[in-house]
Design a protein around this ligand. Structure first.
Ligand SMILES: C[S@@+](CC[C@H](N)C(=O)[O-])C[C@H]1O[C@@H](n2cnc3c(N)ncnc32)[C@H](O)[C@@H]1O
Length: 263
């Protein structure tokens, strides 16, 4: 086991592409109505500050469980915006938030019906829930990682049981989220599947992209030298399947969901 953590620098490599779904999610929020907000799985913090600015929220907490992300986020703390360590899967509060926001983070935790019920319980009357999750587990960027993880020497190094893809395990269909929002009492809702048409300089850049996200689960359990060998094997298999092309069109499917409770 290594002590590898998220890398804010690696994550920021595609900052514009990663920020677009955040902006689209934020656009769903009724801005004037937000005083107290939480950004669950806030990452390096820049977008949490943007959330505060755009919604006019006066009390915003960014929560994350990565020490590296939190230390980067700490640089963005200011009056009305603070960052705390915590587990978004367990987070809840007592009907006292106007906005519970989570962009590209819910996928890391299981049992979305139970988690969303806890998040909904944190909302005051008229409160809003806004969540965005990737829905791309079927893409080569993800399936190749699982394939290579089942090869030696990686499989044995991971005790014969590589960590599964959280997106494949945890993310529900859009209509299942719509049903959950209905069952949780959201009077209004908007749920959609959106394809982000990223154009990367080359197919090899997919490797840099996933190093900042889905491959982190292997980085946590492999020794650094073996993890680098894993990345080399991943790149070779990925290029075999998607071709070595420049530029590379990288379609990325995501689910955006928003709901607002009645007053
Ligand atoms: C892909 S980043 C998203 C960051 C930011 N929300 C954005 O839109 O760019 C996912 C973040 O979720 C955090 N995270 C993953 N699992 C978590 C958990 N169980 N509790 C709290 N944070 C978690 C990671 O540390 C990481 O910062």
């Amino acid at each position: 086991m290594t002590t590898a953590d998220w890398s804010p620098a690696q994550y920021r490599m595609f900052a514009d592409e990663r920020a677009q779904p955040f902006h689209d999610l934020l656009a769903l929020v009724d801005a004037g109505a937000v005083g107290r907000a939480v950004d669950l799985g806030c990452g390096p913090g820049e977008l949490t500050v943007l959330l505060a600015d755009r919604t006019g929220a006066t009390d915003v907490v960014g929560l994350d469980n990565s020490p590296a992300m939190l230390s980067s986020a700490a640089e963005h703390a200011r009056r009305g915006v603070r960052f705390v360590e915590g587990d978004l899967g367990q987070w809840t509060s007592g009907h006292d938030h106007d906005l519970v926001f989570a962009s590209a983070s819910l996928q890391w935790t299981p049992d979305h019906p139970a988690v969303l019920a806890r998040w909904a319980a944190a909302l005051a009357p008229g409160g809003q829930l806004a969540v965005q999750v990737p829905a791309n587990a079927y893409m080569p960027s993800h399936t190749v990682a699982a394939e290579v993880a089942h090869r030696e020497p990686f499989l044995s190094a991971m005790g014969g049981a590589p960590p599964a893809d959280p997106v494949a395990l945890n993310v529900l269909e859009p209509e299942e989220y719509a049903q959950l929002l209905h069952d949780l009492g959201f009077a209004r809702q908007h749920v959609r599947l959106q394809v982000y048409p990223h154009v990367l300089p080359s197919s090899r850049d997919v490797v840099q992209w996933v190093r900042g996200t889905t491959l982190t689960r292997f980085q946590r359990v492999l020794e650094p030298e073996l993890f680098e060998r894993f990345v080399v094997a991943y790149e070779a298999e990925l290029l075999r399947q998607i071709g070595d092309r420049s530029p590379y069109f990288f379609p990325f499917r995501r689910v955006l969901l928003w709901g607002r409770l009645a007053h």
